[in-house]
Design a protein around this ligand. Sequence first.
Ligand code: ADP
Ligand code: MG
Length: 269
Amino acid sequence: SISVQKNTKAKIWAIANQKGGVGKTTTTVNLATALAACKKKVLIIDLDPQGNASTGLGVKVDARKQSIYQVMIEGLPIQQAIHSTDVPRMHVITSGVELSGAELELVNASEREFRLANAIGPLLDIFDYILIDCPPALGLLTLNALVASDAVLVPLQTEFYALEGLSHLLRTIDRVKRGLNRRLEIQGVVLTMYDRRNNLCEMVAADVRAFLGEKVFTTVIPRNVRVSEAPSHGKPVLLYDVACAGSQAYIKLAGEILKKERAAEAAVA
Ligand code: ADP
Ligand code: MG
């Protein structure tokens, strides 16, 4: 049911940060939804054994038999694992409970860092964007995502410890770039759960911008209760309440990213 379009090559982004609870899943689901709203064909790959993205999109557990686990470990053709969502033009490959074992199963597997990269080829002329929601660890699953990706998008929770652990992530990205995937770039860092009433947030944001410069997106994602409610309704916040500040921020982030991409393409041409 998914039509193949010619002359496109999907851009693949890993949404990664080894810290849990920083907004990876929320950013994956809602940025993907915002891109789909901009007429892009988008695929979410849920690479976290917890399956929060799959649940947040309302995919029932018994509909997840053909998941990313079967693709990476059992060699299921990746097209057979694609599910539709309530969002037009947006699809998902779910995670499943078996994925929690994959981290160990991969240790002695051949091509263990390349399982996802090797499988993803048939999707490149189907989608415009493929967003991979990574687990909160820098293990083999996240490595598979980094090896398969063109760029990494890092959500940082705007809190006192925001930068802690970031150098470890940046070193890992650099190592992957030098050893396993030369095309890997840092797409950008997005500040999440920003609270304008909290003075600390401004200080943290200034620190992060001083440290990472232009890599930090201008758009920040505010802390917004509608964002945290939406997953329990099995919906992206953009479908749950498009007018809320969280939805508007993700629309703005998609706009900022698309604009940055057009500028980069114009510079190459
Ligand atoms: P991660 O995938 O990095 O573990 P999540 O995206 O699951 O992080 O977010 C962690 C928790 O914070 C979730 O309960 C989510 O609903 C909530 N959350 C994320 N972003 C926001 C936001 N902008 N405003 C309010 N709550 C948020
Ligand atoms: Mg998550």
